[in-house]
Design a protein around this ligand. Structure first.
Ligand code: SF4
Length: 441
């Protein structure tokens, strides 16, 4: 019998966090808690947080501020913070936010039901931010959710060993931990039986998958085995590190028919001087060579990336080298950000921080350039035929469906709901800034 307790869960940040939230709900529903979208009904409010940049971190504190009034009305309400901010701040969060009951780190999702029980029994706040050699939360398999049958995430690893000078991830997610390949493949097979058609393999640096396992698969080998699983039509993965992309992985795009023609390959800066200070381990030339090889092996591949402006010491010349790289590579899309110092990282201690107005100006110039490129690339697909996986109803227009090309472009088109979950051929009629309009052939 359900215990009648409702959970309101809000997620900030990347796909990894979205998937972790699915896992949290999965273990809590097994303990008879029920999810709700109505915060007023909640007995437990959980925030799954991101600290990779200053903005999402600030959002966490303002959300916690807003939740105070709920606690004042209901003293039995439990408010908890998980994810990267929780891992980073630990007990300090409990000291700072008087109405907070629970702080749980990135290796502690599996302990959630017990932690909540302990708080209910003792009425005392709890903090669980230990790192473990064996990350049990990696093996939580989210339960099927209504209307979520077409695509699913599969975590293949967690953490990062790279310690880029700007990045908080190795401190809040820990060192690289790969899941055994048999568990991953077992999960993909189970998803296929549930009707899932597309899986996205997740990790902070998927290209170094398996390096911490003795005698295990490499990432390309894992892709090859996933490619054999019946019922799975498409395989995506994120995130890739340019320095770890092997020839074998590039060739996989040409060889493995289920691997989608899309790669997200963050370059962060087009300046060798800045890349060196970031500790990225590649040069602009090497980055561009990898993108050229990818396009040779897989013509039409969609290439997206992360880039930041205003890294400490970035001068006008460095910035123009970034713009130049963007022009040369012609990305399908970019996720662009202003650098924000993260406590505990090397770059936060660099003395030559860039002022906010320069960062804002550079971001504006960069985004304007990328918008032109994205628009041009989307228009370049007009009159072409593309295969799309139909994902569901379009958010943009009523009575329309939405799907994605293999290259990860959103296509909206008219069609009936029984097409959801099918692979369809569409003719692209119009390319817009953020999507394409198609017609079923
Ligand atoms: S590789 Fe990615 S996750 Fe790892 S430290 Fe660098 S930016 Fe962060």
């Amino acid at each position: 019998m359900p215990n009648g307790k409702f959970i309101y869960l809000q997620t900030f940040g990347c796909q990894m966090n979205v998937h972790d939230s699915e896992k949290m709900l999965s273990i809590l529903t097994k303990h008879d808690y029920r999810p709700t979208d109505d915060i007023h009904r909640a007995d437990i409010i959980l925030l799954n947080t991101c600290s990779v940049r200053a903005k999402p971190e600030h959002k966490v504190y303002s959300a916690l501020g807003r939740f105070k009034k709920f606690k004042e009305k209901n003293h039995h309400l439990i408010i908890g913070v998980g994810g990267c901010v929780a891992q980073q701040e630990g007990e300090r969060l409990l000291d700072r936010i008087g109405h907070l009951d629970l702080v749980f780190g990135t290796h502690n999702l599996h302990r959630l039901p017990d932690l909540i029980d302990d708080i209910q029994a003792s009425r005392r706040p709890m903090c669980a931010v230990e790192f473990y050699d064996e990350v049990r939360s990696l093996e939580i398999f989210p339960a099927p959710s209504d209307g979520e049958k077409v695509k699913s995430y599969v975590t293949i690893m967690q953490g990062c060993d790279n310690f880029c000078s700007f990045c908080i991830v190795p401190y809040v997610r820990g060192r690289e931990k790969s899941r055994p390949s048999e568990n991953i493949l077992g999960e993909i097979k189970a998803l296929s039986k549930r009707g899932v058609k597309e899986v996205t393999l997740l990790g902070q640096n998927v290209n170094s998958y398996g390096k911490d396992l003795s005698g295990g698969f490499t990432f390309p080998q894992l892709l090859a085995h996933s490619n054999e699983i019946e019922g799975i039509w498409r395989i995506r993965f994120t995130t890739s590190h340019p320095k770890d992309i092997s020839k074998e992985l590039i060739m996989a795009f040409g060889k493995l028919e289920k691997v989608c023609k899309h790669i997200h390959l963050p370059f962060q800066s087009g300046s060798d001087r800045v890349l060196e200070r970031m500790g990225r381990g590649y040069t602009r030339k090497q980055y561009m060579e990898k993108t050229e090889q990818l396009r040779e092996v897989c013509p039409g591949i969609g290439i997206t990336a992360d880039v930041m402006v205003g890294f400490p010491g970035e001068d006008e010349r460095d910035f123009h080298e970034t713009l130049d790289l963007i022009q040369r590579v012609q990305f399908d899309n970019l996720f662009s950000f202003k650098y924000s110092p993260r406590n505990g990282t090397r770059a936060a201690r660099y003395p030559d921080q860039i002022d906010e107005s320069t960062k804002s100006h550079r971001l504006e110039v960069l985004q304007k350039l990328q918008k032109q490129i994205t628009f041009k690339r989307n228009q370049g697909l007009e009159e072409r035929y593309e295969e799309i996986l139909v994902e569901g109803m379009s958010k943009a227009a009523k009575e329309e469906l939405t799907g994605r090309t293999s290259s990860n472009k959103v296509v909206n088109f008219k069609g009936s709901t029984d097409l959801i979950g099918q692979l369809l051929k569409v003719k692209i009629e119009k390319g817009y800034m953020n999507s394409l309009r198609g017609k079923i052939v």
